[in-house]
Design a protein. Sequence first.
Length: 629
Amino acid sequence: MNYKIVNGAVSYGADTILEEINFEIKEKDKIAVVGRNGCGKSTLLKALIDNSMIEQGVGDNKFGIYKQGTPVIGYLKQIQFDDSDISMVDEIRKIYLPIISLEDKIKKLESKLQISSDEQIVKEYTDILEKYKILDGYTYKKEYETAIYKFGFTKEDMKKKISDFSGGQKTKIALIKLILSKPDILLLDEPTNHLDIDTIEWLENYLQNYSKAIVIVSHDRMFLDKIVNKVYEIEYGAITEYTGNFTAFEIQKRANYEKQLKDYEYQQKEIKRLKDIADRFRYKPTKAKMALSKLKKIEQMKIIEEPNKYDLKSFSTNFKLKEESGKLVLKVKDLKIGYEKSIAKVNFEVYRGQKLGIIGANGKGKSTLLRTLMGYINCISGDFEFGYHVDKEYFDQQMGFEDENRTVIEEFENEFPELTITETRSALASFLFYSDDIDRQIKLLSGGEKVRLQLCKILKKGPNLLLLDEPTNHMDIVGKESLENLLKAYSGTLIVVSHDRYFINKVADSLLIFENDKVRYFDGNYTEYLENRKNNIEEKKAENIKEKSTNNDYLENKERNRIQGKIKRLENEISKLEDKVEELHKEMSEDDVCTSYVRLAELQSQVDEIEKEIEDKMNLWEELNSSLE
């Protein structure tokens, strides 16, 4: 499979979104498409599906779209639910209709085989079983059930109607359908949005082992690092290809930029030197020939273009804290949080200058904790207390504004009426709101722009404690890097909830982890936490082995005798089953049977079933003996 676009472009009216598309997808490619918000990443994905959007680009190469075969392209926004009254599991099972159809045929043929030994039926039955195996018929149920559970749904959810799920849950169901349908080219636009860390890690592993091509638009740098082997960057309307994962792309881009800039500057100096010589001697008869040769040398040069500057426009702030807090910023003791009933019990302390990251699965109480600390929700029981001179501000991931019809500058002036127009414009400019931007209504802003406006308002107040709930949602990679640098430089105390592992790793020096209905504090960053978790898993395995060994020393005689009795019964059952297999093999060797394909197939089927039963009993026999040893 190969899909290639050469010198393409995409326009909307008079605006050219992508002016030079050179893009290739090969079989098993895992591709990332990166760039600033609004650069055309999602537009490119749509164009890969709808080629009518693509026209000739500005490059020198001949425009063309080339496809080898007829690749099936899967895209989340194409998935719709035709019937909202069916259950979630039935909706997901639609993608397995070819397998389910084979199951129906297998059942019908098995019924026929019970009353007929027609060789044609046997052959058809054997062929269908082989096809069923090739389509992973024996494992598909486990595959979709695993995906459902990993995306945070329960066994009870599987039976619920599609109409009973929220919009976000429906998006998750659509994503499950998409990845399990296994298209030749899987297009994923921000697939990790609103997924918790456990789900993202499962999705990473699934996509790493995906046997076909993937094209991913994502701002999750750790996610891209673990999956992709090629990066296409969209910048200034053009697309540049890089080999490797996201980290490799950043290294290559920096190196390419520095080399091109160095080559450009050297050539410009050489051109200036040659022109100076030509200008000095072109009117002197004895030197005119030399002057012309210098000008000709310039004409023969292949001119190196000045490289585009990094598109790294980012926000920054010099906002100061109004005052410093005391050493102990927050003490939380036996705090049970929730709405009607407790969903988590929390204990931790935060000190001045500390940066605490809060991670864990969705629905475990991370946002609820912040809202409880802010006083928006009453705690179930327990206590928390802020320290001396703590001045806190809260960023809500829902980003609610009192009046979205206000313009950016009206919103800011409403919050800070004491500021002069110069001070207001300066504060907004530090978060990339310039001349025309400040007169736009809030309702017309993108998600990332709303985040910037909220953060600008919060930091202008000069709090010494920030409580941030998913601040990187809607931000592009450069925006995230900018926020990381801002928060690292922030001299106050930080408590931040995020599913962005790269962001948490950069910003947080300690963690509060919501996992397995427990909340635990970890003194270290995310990398150290992962290493600690890996070591704990290995230690737990070793402890389990040791515990089994220790427990065996204290087995009561009654329990030991019970196990030994069960072992003896299993040995008798296995012996009888082996005798049965021997009898069947003797029957299969008889003259009137070995010439009957139908009878042989029936006997072989019986042998297979008994041997499977023997294997199961042998496994149990080994486990019981191991427990005694």
